[in-house]
Ligand binder design. Structure first.
Ligand SMILES: [Zn+2]
Length: 214
């Protein structure tokens, strides 16, 4: 697979799905075979990024290829990829409805079946730290926990993980949809949570039985 082309396309997809604005947000994808990580460059418009702008690094931060400065959240991406062996894609977004809760430092509970299936529980908000700081990378890891697929970043955005880029995008889509429903439900009434027993059942079903041929 051409991971550089895949990353360039994924940046455009993030922008045009409305998951961020302008040059904010960033993405990484890892080749599970070589372990190499492909990162978006810092502060470049997604529609203008070409394969030559992609920065290639090892998990430990060693530069392998690229002339651009990598995303300022490079440390956060690499930290997640190092600590989660099954995870090979990280998307950091600035989506509106998720931000409604991130600015209030509030978590998002599993109020719809999709959220239960994807997150298996509450999506937590990482404590505030400056963008690009080692402290933010640490706070994100804490909010994700050992198995989390997404978290919010206080006053900033969201981080979504996947075993590949497709799954990471699914996580982003479900997070933003859940946040939108939660916001609308809170303004019109009282959202009811799904029992943990049913959440656990759906998460397990999604991981082991859902899909063709499982
Ligand atoms: Zn950001």
């Amino acid at each position: 697979m051409n991971y550089k082309a895949y990353l360039v396309e994924s940046g455009k997809r993030m922008l045009h799905k409305g998951l961020t604005v302008e040059t904010w947000g960033n993405l990484s994808v890892q080749d599970p075979e070589t372990g190499l990580v492909y990162l978006t460059p810092s502060a470049m418009p997604y529609d203008s990024i070409s394969e030559d702008d992609v920065v290639v690094m090892r998990e430990d931060g060693t530069l392998v290829e690229g002339t651009r400065k990598p995303t300022v959240e490079c440390g956060m991406h690499l930290g997640i990829l190092r600590s989660r062996p099954g995870i090979h894609a990280v998307i950091h977004t600035h989506p509106i409805y998720s931000l409604v809760f991130a600015v209030q430092h509030r978590d998002i509970p599993p109020i719809i079946d999709e959220a239960a299936q994807i997150f298996g529980g509450t999506v937590h908000t990482a404590e505030y730290a400056l963008p690009g700081s080692a402290e933010l990378a640490e706070n994100v890891q804490k909010a994700l926990g050992p198995n989390g697929m997404a978290c919010l970043l206080a006053n900033h955005g969201a981080v979504c993980l996947g075993k590949d880029m497709e799954q990471a995008f699914r996580v982003c889509t479900v997070l933003e949809m859940t946040a939108q429903v939660y916001q609308m439900a809170l303004t019109t009434g009282t959202p009811q949570q799904i029992s943990q027993q049913n959440v656990d059942y759906m998460k397990d079903f999604m991981e082991h039985h859902y899909g063709q041929g499982k």
